[in-house]
Ligand binder design. Structure first.
Ligand SMILES: Cc1cc2nc3c(=O)[nH]c(=O)nc-3n(C[C@H](O)[C@H](O)[C@H](O)COP(=O)(O)OP(=O)(O)OC[C@H]3O[C@@H](n4cnc5c(N)ncnc54)[C@H](O)[C@@H]3O)c2cc1C
Length: 473
């Protein structure tokens, strides 16, 4: 069986819906294939914090910022080992994506400091990813876009090296251009082992934020590879710290009332730092793990207020860093509990003298209110002082972004191993390997990439399909 459209979009998350809308606005007839029984993908499950600079929302909130500042921050954070042309597009067009979302009825009341340069760029979508996807889906309904749910793309059709459609469920969906937006590969152990070994090393601890989006399996990478696409971004995904006490819990931030040390008993970061930093540092420690250390008094003081962990004003309280859960897990040995620091060092295999020296300095900083070593605000009630003492093993094993995938040029065209565009093939969103770089710049980069490059790929694919842009091969 055969069906025809100017553009076929594979995947109906934030990138796919944006691409479909922009291809349609370019005058193309569009068919969108979605493997799941509903639209949205990981985008709909997300908090939909969107990283963007120079927006009207920032101006309304009195935040001075610019696309240039975002560009230089991301490039500097990555020591310029990421694609300047891609980061330029992301930085320059992030504000357009926010203004467009607002035109579709999406609201932003709060912008969080989600990176590590002190500038608030994390635009918190009112109502999260569900609201964002509802707005995109409503706009799709206003366009004449054919949506095929429960259709999982199996392979790309080609003629003379050009991509000319998609095969799925016994149907050839013929098209002049195809846009791949199948998201990440967080739910595939096989793809994690191939493209994200730093995550895979954590074995049974590993899970992805994508957990509830069943088709986040890396199909786009395989579809592209089969027609000669280059894969980039190997092992550059984002890993968030996890105590692994609650299955599949998504808590990217650690609380400020714990002390985090490595096997030498030494601290290596301010404990409440952004996940743009913490997971990478944790994986660089001996045995790629760390210990959260605290005493009973700090546990009580730290948890009794039921404090929210993230800067996103989500209102969500931690399921892990909860006194009842920690005491319960101490009974079954999952949380280590000891009568002295020396015993705690012994049962965790950390260096006892190192741990005692670190606790001494940490306690002095708590009493002073300032940690001069790590520039962290401290509180006297968080001193590690008197038994019982606790330690919880931490690993940066919870996948926030997979980041490896297809490579595009500045027109959203998928490139082959020689850097040449593959005719008729476009891609956007988390299936790309050329956006996130070696360091995730801050909360919101995933959706920003989905919207910015989804819009770009859709528009370019639409123009190409309608003969408006010559595609040299
Ligand atoms: C709980 C959670 C919280 C998050 N919070 C944030 C946040 O606040 N800010 C941020 O920037 N990022 C966040 N992320 C990450 C972010 O959601 C993703 O990076 C982004 O949404 C990816 O968008 P996408 O359109 O590329 O992929 P998705 O939204 O995942 O869409 C991909 C779609 O493709 C479909 N698909 C896959 N294979 C096929 C196939 N073969 N055929 C047809 N369809 C297929 C999938 O079913 C899915 O619907 C979060 C993710 C989760 C899960």
């Amino acid at each position: 069986m055969e069906r025809n459209a100017d553009v076929v979009v594979i995947g109906g998350g934030g990138a796919g819906m944006s691409a479909a809308l922009f291809a349609s606005s370019a005058g193309a007839s569009v068919t969108l294939l979605e493997a799941d029984s509903k639209l949205g993908g990981a985008t709909a499950l997300s908090d939909a914090v969107i990283y963007a600079a120079g927006t009207s929302v920032q101006r309304r909130l009195g935040i001075a910022d610019s696309a240039d500042a975002m560009y230089f921050y991301i490039m500097t954070l990555n020591a310029w080992q990421t694609r300047p042309d891609i980061i330029r597009i992301l930085s320059d067009r992030s504000s357009e994506a926010i203004e467009w979302a607002m035109q579709l009825g999406v609201g932003f009341d709060w912008v969080a400091e989600s990176g590590v340069d002190g500038v608030a760029r994390g635009h918190c979508t009112n109502g999260g990813g569900a609201a964002l996807c509802a707005a995109l889906a409503a706009e799709m309904a206003r366009h004449d876009i054919e949506v095929c749910l429960g259709v999982r793309a199996e392979r790309l059709l080609t003629e003379g090296g050009a991509v000319t459609g998609v095969h799925a469920d016994g149907v050839d969906y013929r098209a002049k251009a195809v846009v791949v937006t199948t998201g990440g590969f967080g739910n595939s152990p096989e793809m994690r082992a191939r493209h994200f070994p730093t995550a895979a090393q954590h074995g049974s601890w590993v899970y992805a934020v994508h957990h509830n989006a069943p088709f986040i399996l890396g199909d786009g990478i395989k579809l592209g590879e089969a027609v000669g696409a280059a894969i980039s971004g190997h092992d550059t995904g984002l890993l968030n710290p996890s105590a692994n006490l609650v299955p599949f819990v998504i808590e990217a931030y650690l609380p400020d009332w714990i002390m985090v040390v490595n096997d030498y008993g030494r601290r290596f970061m301010p404990e409440n730092i952004s996940y743009a930093v913490s997971g990478y540092l944790m994986n660089q420690q001996p045995n790629a793990h760390a210990w959260a250390v605290f005493s009973e008094s700090a546990l009580v003081a730290g948890t009794e207020a039921g404090r929210e962990l993230t800067p996103y004003r989500s209102g969500l309280l931690s399921e892990t860093w909860n006194a009842g859960r920690i005491r319960g897990e101490a009974e079954n040995g999952r949380v280590r509990k000891a009568g002295s620091l020396a015993e705690l060092a012994e049962i965790t295999g950390t260096d006892g003298l190192g741990l005692e020296a670190t606790v001494e300095r940490y306690n002095a900083a708590c009493r002073e209110g300032t940690d001069r070593e790590w520039s962290k605000q401290m509180r006297p009630e968080f001193v590690i002082d008197g038994p019982p003492y606790y330690a919880i093993e931490l690993k940066a094993s919870s996948i926030g972004q997979t980041s490896a995938g297809l490579t595009i040029d500045a027109d959203g065209r998928v490139q082959d191993a020689h850097g040449r565009p593959i005719a008729g093939l476009y891609a956007a969103g988390e299936t790309l390997g050329c956006v996130q770089g070696r360091r995730y710049a801050g909360g919101g980069m995933g959706i920003a990439s989905a919207l910015v490059f989804g819009r770009l790929a859709g528009e370019e694919a639409g123009k190409f399909a309608k003969g408006g842009s010559a595609q040299e091969v």
